[in-house]
Design a protein around this ligand. Structure first.
Ligand SMILES: *Cc1c(COP(=O)(O)O)cnc(C)c1O
Length: 392
């Protein structure tokens, strides 16, 4: 076994990225909303049943568009998990909202749908479920609350490309197709990438026209280019949220490779799962849980350690064996920026994931032998731990 360093992530190229970029450049139109942007948007509508899609320069930007679209105003409250990336919260903070954090579930880091209702007040405007690791939140329950209290639902589907919610009748719906709005990321750490990149999905038809305007700096330029109006001008607030067609060309090459990328990631995921669930690691660690109402998209493979000290020691042990493992979010309610707004709330599961969750290397070019090596290392570490601490 070679002792080559195993990184945590390595961006995968399908091979057609540069060809499509070349083609985009040769058309002479490389600003936003060109041929490849439209191909990508069409691809997502067809494949996943999204109502309307607009590529953006990041998922963060897509969420900023969402916050503008649902008219978030100072004092509005937005409910979201604390165990998430800052970009779930920042777009709403920028519009003056107050973030109300809900705890994660005990069995996976998605928000606990049973703890949302008690947080809803007169001022609540939206719920933002985050499909962590590509595993669905309980969308039926969330949409029920949305209907009962008249709240917007914005899915943070940054990690959720090609994953599905399974309802109680067994019917599957793509994540990102259920909320009124959804945001995806194509950052180089996700399954499908364009370096930086994202997309806003608009499922609520009455938001569609305004979404295009906000996307195009507050102008009705998109309608103008379709020949629907005879001149365009400034009609609303907005910004420059659309990416260059060069980025879309790169992304389109990735979209064509979704089946190939996903099947390789699935293979890696399944080796991890079988080696760790059948190994001694299973006595000490909790393995990733995919809820029964979700498919898996193999965005990541994570384990949950018994405590912070265990995680630090395991991370160091893996690093001594040239394996780069990475912890994840620090709960936002304890962050330096926002803790003074959180009134000392305790979110036990969220904090537990902050201390104990560890992500293992997961990328297309990871070989089966490397996955075996990583799994063996984790099993050995657990074996040593059991012997040293006299645990039967
Ligand atoms: C990656 C990620 C984002 C941010 O995506 P960008 O495209 O980098 O802006 C937001 N939320 C979650 C849950 C993410 O994983």
């Amino acid at each position: 076994m070679s002792n080559k360093k195993i990184p945590f992530n390595k961006p995968y190229l399908s091979g057609d990225e540069l060809n499509y970029i070349n083609d985009a450049v040769s058309t002479g139109k490389i600003s936003g909303n060109g041929k490849y942007s439209q191909l990508c948007q069409e691809f997502f509508r067809e494949k996943y049943g999204f109502n309307s899609c607009l590529l953006t320069t990041s998922c963060t930007d897509a969420l900023e568009m969402a916050a503008i679209l649902i008219d978030i105003k100072p004092g509005d409250e937005v409910i979201m998990p604390s165990y998430t990336f800052v970009s779930t919260a920042n777009p709403f903070i920028l519009r003056g909202a107050k973030i109300v954090f809900v705890d994660s579930r005990i069995d996976h880091p998605g928000l606990d749908e049973n703890k949302i209702e008690e947080l809803i007040t007169e001022k609540t405007k939206a719920i933002v479920p985050v499909h962590y690791a590509g595993s669905a939140c309980n969308m039926d329950k969330i949409m029920e609350l949305s209907a009962k209290y008249n709240l917007w639902v914005v899915e943070d589907a940054a990690q959720a490309v090609d994953s599905f919610y399974i309802d109680s009748n067994g019917v599957q719906r793509a994540l990102g197709s259920i909320g009124h709005l959804s945001a995806f990321s194509f950052h180089e750490t996700k399954n499908i990438i364009s370096g930086e990149g994202g997309m806003l999905v608009i499922n609520e038809k009455k938001l569609k026209a305004r979404a295009e305007i906000i996307w195009e700096k507050g102008t009705n330029r998109s309608a103008f280019f379709r020949g629907e109006i005879d001149k365009y001008g400034w009609v609303d607030i907005g910004s420059s949220f659309l990416p260059s067609d060069i980025i879309a060309a790169f992304l389109y090459a990735q979209l064509e490779s979704i089946p190939k990328i996903q099947s390789k990631r699935k293979e890696i995921w399944e080796i991890y799962y079988s080696r760790l669930s059948q190994g001694i690691a299973n006595k000490l660690l909790k393995l990733q849980v995919v809820p029964k109402y979700s498919t898996a998209n193999y965005h990541m493979f994570y384990i949950v350690c018994p405590d912070l000290e265990f995680r630090n020691n395991l991370t160091n042990y893996l690093s001594e064996n040239n394996i780069h493992s990475v912890f994840h979010y620090q709960s936002l309610h304890n962050s330096q920026y926002y803790m003074h707004n959180s009134n000392g709330i305790k979110l036990e599961n969220s904090d537990n994931y902050s201390d104990c969750l560890l992500r293992l290397p997961m990328f297309f070019e990871l070989t089966n032998q490397e996955v075996e090596k990583i799994s063996n290392c984790i099993n050995s570490f657990c074996d040593n731990f059991i012997v040293k601490n006299n645990i039967i």
